[in-house]
Design a protein around this ligand. Structure first.
Ligand code: SF4
Ligand code: SF4
Length: 235
């Protein structure tokens, strides 16, 4: 039993999610992500259960652990009461802590999650703002959204829920400062801030320096596709 497996076992999500896997494949049969990607929660569980650090390290550096959509369908059907979804969350946490996430294209998208959803949580108290849904990134939302996006402030005045109104319904409400402070304290205490910092540090290590990280971020802002950023050549 290696150090990575030991570290994984310390995570309460692992403890809740793994009782001993039969390798039956029911989780993969019901998994919506398995239908669209080269991905199998059964394989993830089997790798973890091997307790083999080499295999676990490869998993932590792979796209595999980022395909799961956390729908928990696997948990409801597993004959052993396992939750592949929870084990995958524990793997993601370890991958970020160790900087391994930056080795995979899907993993590197954690920077976007951190800078959009994570930062919104810290600044606003919730994950998504309408202003994040830019028409350039989401053309499928059509011209109605485009109109709303451009006239958000006046439309919300008209609806009686102005932008940034304290405790108003819907997105763009303002959460009172005392509540935000409390939320940030919870994030600090539970290690969420440390994980966010680990995302920045892991990206910097992988891409070479802070300015490359900013280039990666800008590429995503401009094109909506992080794959457009060319990875620096490995030494
Ligand atoms: S359904 Fe449960 S026992 Fe079967 S492979 Fe998936 S995690 Fe293992
Ligand atoms: S939680 Fe993840 S692994 Fe489980 S069924 Fe949903 S997408 Fe698949």
């Amino acid at each position: 039993m290696g150090q990575l497996f030991e570290a994984l076992k310390q995570d309460i999500l692992y403890e809740h999610g793994m009782n001993a896997c039969l390798n039956c494949g029911v989780c993969t049969a019901v998994c919506p992500a398995a239908e669209f990607y080269e991905y199998s929660p059964r394989e993830v569980m089997n790798t973890v259960q091997s307790e083999d650090d080499e295999l676990i390290e490869a998993l932590l550096k792979s796209d595999q652990i980022w395909y799961c959509g956390q729908c928990f369908s696997c948990k409801t059907r597993c004959p052993r009461g396992n939750s592949a979804a929870s084990v995958i969350l524990a793997l993601r946490r370890l991958s970020v802590r160790l900087g391994y996430f930056a080795e995979s294209e899907k993993g590197r998208q954690q920077l976007i999650a951190k800078r959009v959803f994570g930062q919104n949580m810290l600044d606003r108290g919730y994950t998504l703002l309408a202003k994040n849904i830019t028409p350039e990134h989401f053309p499928e939302l059509g011209e109605n959204w485009e109109y709303y996006y451009e006239h958000m402030a006046e439309m919300r005045e008209w609806w009686g829920v102005p932008m940034d109104l304290e405790n108003s319904p819907g997105s763009h409400r303002q959460i009172p400062t005392a509540d935000l402070d409390e939320l940030r304290a919870i994030y600090e205490k539970t290690g969420a801030i440390a994980l966010m910092d680990a995302v920045e540090a892991g990206m910097e290590k992988k891409l070479g320096n802070k300015s490359e990280v900013e280039k990666y971020w800008q590429t995503w802002l401009e094109t909506g596709d992080s794959r457009d950023y060319p990875l620096p050549e490995a030494d």
